[in-house]
Design a protein around this ligand. Sequence first.
Ligand code: C2O
Ligand code: CU
Ligand code: CU
Length: 493
Amino acid sequence: MKHQISRRLALRLGLAATAVGAAALAGLPLLSRRDMLAQARNQPPQPLPVPEQLLGTLKDGVRHYALNIRPGSHQFVSGITTDTFGVNADYLGPVLRLRRGETVRIAVHNGLKEATTLHWHGMHLPAKMDGGPHQEIAPGETWTPQFEVRQPAATLWYHAHPHKRTGAHVWRGLAGPIIIDDDASSALPLPRDHGIDDIPLVLQDRLFGNDGQLLYIQSMHDVMMGMEGNIPLCNGRFMPMFEARRQRLRLRILDGANASFYAIGFSDGRAFDVIASDGGLLPAPVRRTHVLITPGERVEIVVKVGNKPFTLVSGAGLRNMPLHTFLRIVPAPVLESSPALPGKLVELPPPDAASAARTRRFDLQMGMGPGMMMGGMMGRRSPFAINGKAMDMNLINEVIPVGSTEIWEIRNTSPMPHPFHVHDVQFRVLSRNGRPVPAHEAGRKDTVLVDGHEIVRILARFDDYPDPKHPYMYHCHILEHEDAGMMGQFTVV
Ligand code: C2O
Ligand code: CU
Ligand code: CU
């Protein structure tokens, strides 16, 4: 397989040795991957946890859901118990299953001792229902957003988004998948049996102390690089196993890490088909042997199972890259048949850049000097900014007329790659350094990687929900960068 990822990106690929290095420098006793493996070998093989689906209940034309954010205690590997947060669970949360055209109402209860929020990443909805830093839920309180699902079938996700504490709360476990269904996707012969041939996979990594507890930001290094762990997790488990019963599996993969990039592929180098990006199905399946995902991004892939066990990994076939195992897939002795993958999926006209009313520029800035870093540490001046400004809750950075289409030009002025995310919209990526992007990145997106010193142009349409008071966010999805200020606010008016 050809090495197609720049060295800069390869250095960012998840499960960095640097995380361990930094923590070791801080003198912390760590639980190593080797300890975890040894612990795992002492236990019977652990099945992949498949999050339950929350289907809601229909009352007077509105579908009601209840989510309970709470502390938990969880075994990432059997025999080691860790304090966590979760949503209706000890760690992570259920699949929030929505249908296009329905109006939904979600009661989100905060059972923690501290304030938090729950944001619907990828949803097009009114800003005050968005669950960003302005929709804080006090301990013991319930927040009940209501909105109509006005977008195509897709795999989205929810996660905590409190001001300056998003990283800490997501690290602890406050995240879960959202799946939207619609008629177009239901009509396609795609794997759709939840937990059987259609499986959401939340990929993460975490750093553990040798007391089994999660370690978070130990040094300025963890802020500058983003918080990376050394233990790979799939749906909150270390190297779980899934028994495949059908010929084809649809994996809805989320990079739910705080900072790590994953070059997803299979241990044996087999090809698979990418069928969806962040915001929904692609026009046609795209055949790949690996695909890079960065924090916040999703891909849906369909893979043929065959008759030998194989593993979902990060870094397969990439030179100088350690191989990390997320999931072991073991075929059942006899596989049930699956329909062939259709050659065409959905209509998705190419983006019409000529329809843009204007171009807005966003410079992603990361001060690298020791003075900046110290200033950031002391809370005087953040080393992280967009267009010269660190996130300020009281500042609306951009005001966008409702119904307009815009080009956003995102310029990374730093050498470090940043995944850029915009709330409310699904955009299209027009170009990266002036060149078109590969087919699997050309569909509907809400998060896009901007490599070091790269310029990425995106096209977005800001329909519906004018509201001069409540802003949406745009930010780097490396959560430590976001919390440190690489975020801004826009209103649609
Ligand atoms: Cu995934 Cu502002 O969020
Ligand atoms: Cu978001
Ligand atoms: Cu960043």
